[in-house]
Write a protein that binds this ligand. Sequence first.
Ligand SMILES: [Zn+2]
Length: 829
Amino acid sequence: MKRYISFLFLLFTITLTAQLQSPSEFLGYEIGTQFSRHADVVRYFEHVAANSDMVTYASYGKTYERRPLTYAIVSSPQNMANLENIRKDNLKNAGLESGSASPNIAIVWLSYNVHGNEASSTEASMNTIYKLITENKAWLQNTVVIIDPCINPDGRDRYANWYNSVKSTPYNALQEATEHNEPWPGGRANHYLFDLNRDWAWLTQIESQQRLKVYNQWMPHVHVDFHEQGINSPYYFAPAAEPFHEIISPWQRDFQTQIGKNHAKYFDKEGWLFFTRESFDLLYPSYGDTYPTFMGSIGMTYEQAGHGAAGLGVNTDEGYELTLVDRVAHHTTTGLSTIEISSMNAAKLNTEFKKFFDNSSLKYKSYVLKGNADKINALTKLLDQHEIKYGYASGGKVSGFNFGANKDGSMDSNGALVVSTNQPKGKMVKVLFEPDAKLSDPLTYDITAWSVPHAYGLETVASTTLVTASGSKPQAFALNIMVANSPGYIAKWNSLNDAGFLAELLQNNIKVRFSEKDLSFSGTAYPKGSLVITRSDNKNNASFDETVIKIANAHQRKLFASPTSFSDNGTDFGSGNIKLVNKQRVAILKGDGVSSLSYGAIWHFFEQQLKYPLTSIDTDDFGYINIRNFDVLILPEGWYQSLLNETNLNKIKDWVRDGGKVIAMGRAVNSFEGKEGFDLKKNEGDKKEEDKDTVKGNLIPYDQRERESVKDFITGSIYKVTLDPSHPMAFGYGDTYFSLKQGNNSFAFLENGYNVGYIKDEPISVSGFSGSDAKAGLKNSVVFGEARIGRGSFIYLVDDVLFRSFWENGKLFLVNSVFFVNNNKYILD
Ligand SMILES: [Zn+2]
């Protein structure tokens, strides 16, 4: 019996100590010897939370492919019992919640695997949480750690599943092996192929939207975004490189250095190489390092050698073998070291965090914005997600910097949206809204301009004095009601909401027209582009009125039920200038040669914003498919030289002659340059004028060549573009548009086609960096154009209007191109 009891006792103690397992014990393989599936990672975190009083684990949402998005909160048992107060005290300290508090608990947020194929970090997240609660509990006395083991589960599983399915056993370290060469589109991006590390500010993807809700609840003091770089660069950690955005505080700079030095201690001990300060700057606000930085945190990117080319082990160019085991060890070390140094500086982190939220020294106190109500609403929706406060002006003149004029000016503020910097998140307001971000160095990793007033196409004045926002919110939409026997309905065409309305009408087989002339019926004027939905066109539809009104109300579109089809100005309902909109069958190319980001942005736009069907065709299949099943073919940004061989080019040309429409975006336009029949020539302008009389040979020193090359750069800057508002591609716009230009690509005015958007002989850049040669090269260039061949058209969108999906005001050009431009083909059904 005694023996039996001691056996039971033994069993009991084994079960107790065996409750919490290491990731390797739990998953059954040494971490780093396999890529773990996302579901297994979730199971491990659930196991940890179930077996530790220091951890809670919850889901904050789901991805597009329905994988769970999750986060663990880790701290001492005492802190865990007091978590809600700790969280609130932090918000009080920043002024984000009413009341006062002087907390001294550090809050550290570790984000893993935002790029799906940079896959070592999710493995490291499991080791990190385990080591944190077993070996490093002491740090948790004054620190709360939030761990998001995988920001991008769809991308990670795309990579991990692919790798697991093709790898050799044992793994093959030769770079040439299949397992080191991912197929298109790779695992980096999310389901819609968006780079989630460019989406923090714009929140176009559900992963970003759902994560930010939790982020706002916590507002961490330190945020790390774990990445991987090329296989030959060892490890990068803070401090970051110039340019730093000017709002970054001396403390934020200084603590980055302290963190870097703490990591260096461990790396030196192990003999691991690293570099700092030479790349990865802190300017563009939509990254996992800059966004938290501009929200008061110490935001950092850590980059391990690896990514999709590394697999479980790969030979580097320098002859070393880089293994997943090593990659995991490095990321685990920096994660833990970050927590350690934060814990050591917990009190200071809190006092400096508070200081960051004092915005009294910012130059512009208020941004006052006016324009189309839908565009204002789209912007307020974005501000709501960032929990940035705003109000409405009660009237009167406001003076300051006028964005449209690009100089000082004034505006009547009646009903305008007011976003002020005298709020805790004022620095982020400055970053997102300011006319031109100060640039300490043009050699940056990304675009240098993103000004929200231009991105949303709003008339804006930035005022150096605070503008009171005591006005009331614009009136809510009043539902349309049925009007018996009206010959038709008219609706305005200004925004993406109008586009969504049209898309749903077409999908419900409602016949819709649009007007190429300004309209006036019974004293009510409607500009070009307005939709006309006639009873005559829909006479066989018994539920015509109900359907149109139901869809209009769902989209909050105001309908004018015209009492007559006889116009005031000569353009009646039956006029040839009021054209039927064809229910376009739209195809898009994807696959090798196509920019996955550009394809993804268009795919996402059609499915999630416009809600209109799109057929994706793989470039490998293009030679076989019957293009005549489609009316529109979209070529995303890409490199089509090999696809557009003579046979395929003739196939496209023949189809266009018969009425097809090609829309080429960004660099896809290059594919048609200089070829016969496309009316498209490179614009040489007066680029490099100095070359004419300089002696041949280059005496620019070796170490200055990179600097010199910036003359040719346009690193994402905003240009004023003149529009032809009478062309259907520009319906809904005025006569100017501010375009985000991402490079020095420049084409001469079309000789025979329509130059719908163009830059004349004085290129005006209102924001961002442009090198002198690149800017000069834009003189007299087409930005948006249409060239006709036979009955069809080639549409050139030289500036990609869907880039990262954040340039809201450009999207209608694409919709207009699909449904309105050269609308002479109508299929009877
Ligand atoms: Zn990355």
